[in-house]
Design a binder for this molecule. Structure first.
Ligand SMILES: Nc1nc2c(ncn2[C@@H]2O[C@H](COP(=O)(O)OP(=O)(O)O)[C@@H](O)[C@H]2O)c(=O)[nH]1
Ligand SMILES: [Mg+2]
Length: 534
């Protein structure tokens, strides 16, 4: 069998649960539980060997009379006329308990010696819970929270009084095992009606969850049943568990108040589909498609300059590199793969604005809503707040992610240089052939001189072969290298898309999903702690 957890363990668990749940639950409940924690701590600081018992009840029920009867004194003045008991009064049996009574804020105290059996008891005579004086009722309400045990004194006329039952007895049901109901003034009830009245009161209590509360009938005037009441008190003091029981009841009612605030539904984290949707939305908002397109165009541009027909390539130099326009060229051509984030300037990728920004916002909301479905309101709000916690910095995080992504535009172009040399050689051959033909033409036509020797290659002269072959080879090389450049452009664009999407995914999980997950973990912590203390 599982060991029953001790009060300190349960108290620690309640504190853990509250630390996790704070700010996510109804402020009234939070305040109530905090008050319980403070109160339990306060009482635990004092000896558990002392038992504080309050005589509480309505005006004229006989609290003061019973106080006198039990303490064997005439300390409390039974009220013949009203107002009656205005401040709580303590009868301290055995040793003085100044600190404890200071904590209770009960200034009127009397030491009762000689009653050995009640040693360790502090009996309080409370003002009337139904007093017309606000201050009296406040004293009652404060002390009802602090004492270890109650003797609710009721009389034959008002024992079913709704105010008493609704305001005190029912809410204190968790403390039923430290409660005694004393039906006083029994001498005023005809013998034959007593049993019926007791049964009626018992039924009432049972129906209110107070089945554990004990019921005694007494008369402060005749002394009937006083011995029974005294026996109840002695049993409590001997058990020395009363304070702990009351506090345990407090912790239980705190747990009961907290449970609905945490909810029953399990939250399994951010759904994969939602995360993917947010990734995509952020990628678009951050301009990933723009960068991918620029990578493709930049590759074509630079590949064209490097491997194209030199004359056309030379002209292309005057057009700007599309990546440079986005301020991404410097980074992407860096040799070292690890790029120092601190040294990265802002890119000129268009920042998410207007429609894109609204889409991001609604994707973040949708993610939070779906993730927190079925949770209590406070947690839904907290999950949304967590999802949006980095919202204002999101554009910067995204921009940084893009700026630090290695676009690999400096790799895969090793073949450009030999191709370039080849293009120049071909051009050179073409020029040599054409020049040779031109010189021969001039020598023969204008100067009537013999032409330069023309070696034959097959049926054609070498200059013709050089000129025509050069042009043909130039076109062929340009076409082939254009195909190669296009293949490189596409594969680099695809790679950039992959890498950028991954970088955006990191931003999403760090700044949106991470905070959401830790909010859910917070709730799990609270629920786990609650489970321990229940
Ligand atoms: N007949 C009878 N009168 C009682 C009994 N207990 C108290 N009284 C009277 O009821 C009145 C109110 O008593 P008190 O002790 O001041 O009630 P409190 O307002 O609850 O403190 C007084 O006149 C008491 O004498 C009892 O058991 N029987
Ligand atoms: Mg009184």
């Amino acid at each position: 069998m599982k060991k029953r957890s001790t009060l300190p363990d349960r108290l620690a668990a309640l504190r853990t649960a509250m630390d996790a749940a704070r700010g996510r639950i109804d402020p009234d409940v939070e305040e109530r539980i905090d008050a319980i924690l403070t109160r339990v701590d306060g009482r635990l600081a004092f000896s558990g060997d002392v038992t504080i018992v309050a005589l509480a009840g309505a005006t004229g029920s006989g609290k003061s009379s019973l106080f006198n009867a039990v303490s064997g004194t005439k300390l409390a003045e039974p009220g013949v006329r009203r107002p009656t008991t205005a401040a709580a009064m303590a009868a301290v049996f055995g040793e003085e308990q100044s600190d404890l009574l200071d904590w209770l804020d009960v200034p009127r105290r009397h030491l009762v010696t000689g009653a050995e059996d009640l040693s360790g008891l502090i009996l309080l005579d409370l003002p009337d819970h139904d007093s017309t004086q606000q201050s009296h009722r406040e004293i009652v309400d404060r002390l009802v929270e602090l004492v270890d045990q109650f003797v609710w004194v009721v009389d034959p006329q008002k024992y079913a009084d709704a105010a008493l039952h609704d305001r005190y007895l029912r809410p204190l049901a968790a403390h039923a095992d430290v409660m005694v109901i004393a039906l006083n003034q029994i001498d005023r009830v005809a013998e034959e009606h007593r049993a019926g009245m007791i049964a009626d009161l018992r039924r009432l209590l049972d129906a209110e969850g107070l089945a554990d509360a004990r019921l005694v009938t007494v008369s402060a005037v005749t002394g009937d049943g006083l011995a029974d009441l005294r026996t109840e008190l002695v049993t409590l003091i001997k058990g020395k568990q009363t304070a702990a029981k009351r506090l345990a009841g407090d912790v239980t009612s705190a747990a009961e108040a907290l449970a609905p605030q945490l909810g029953d539904a399990d939250a399994d984290g951010v759904p994969k589909k939602r995360a993917a949707h947010l990734n995509h939305t952020l990628a678009v908002a951050a301009g990933v498609p723009v960068v991918v397109e620029a990578v493709k165009k930049s590759w074509r541009h630079r590949g064209g300059i490097a491997t194209g027909w030199p004359v056309v390539a030379w002209l292309a130099r005057f057009r700007p590199d599309p990546l440079r326009a986005l301020h991404l060229d410097v980074i992407s051509t860096k040799k070292n793969k690890a790029i120092e984030p601190g040294r990265v300037n802002r890119t000129s990728v268009p920042v998410a604005q207007g429609v894109a920004k609204a889409r991001v916002d609604s994707a973040v909301r949708a993610l939070a809503t779906e993730t927190s479905e079925g949770l209590p309101r406070g947690w839904q709000d907290a999950v949304l707040a967590a999802a949006r916690s980095e919202e204002t910095l999101l554009p910067d995080h995204l921009d940084r992610a893009i700026a630090t992504t290695d676009l690999a535009t400096d790799r895969g172009n090793g073949w450009w240089t030999p191709l370039r040399v080849l293009q120049w050689l071909v051009l050179l051959a073409t020029l040599v052939g054409a020049g040779w033909l031109l010189v021969n033409f001039l020598l023969v036509s204008y100067f009537a001189l013999p032409s330069l020797p023309v070696p034959k290659v097959g049926n054609l002269g070498l200059p013709t072969v050089l000129a025509l072959g050069g042009v043909g080879a130039g076109i062929l090389v340009a076409l082939l290298s254009r195909v190669g450049v296009e293949v490189g452009a596409r594969s680099h664009a695809a790679r950039a898309d992959r890498e950028l999407t991954r970088a955006i995914g990191t931003v999403t999980s760090t700044y949106v999903i991470g905070p959401v997950d830790s909010e859910l973990a917070r709730r799990d912590r609270a629920r786990e702690a609650l489970k321990q203390l229940r």
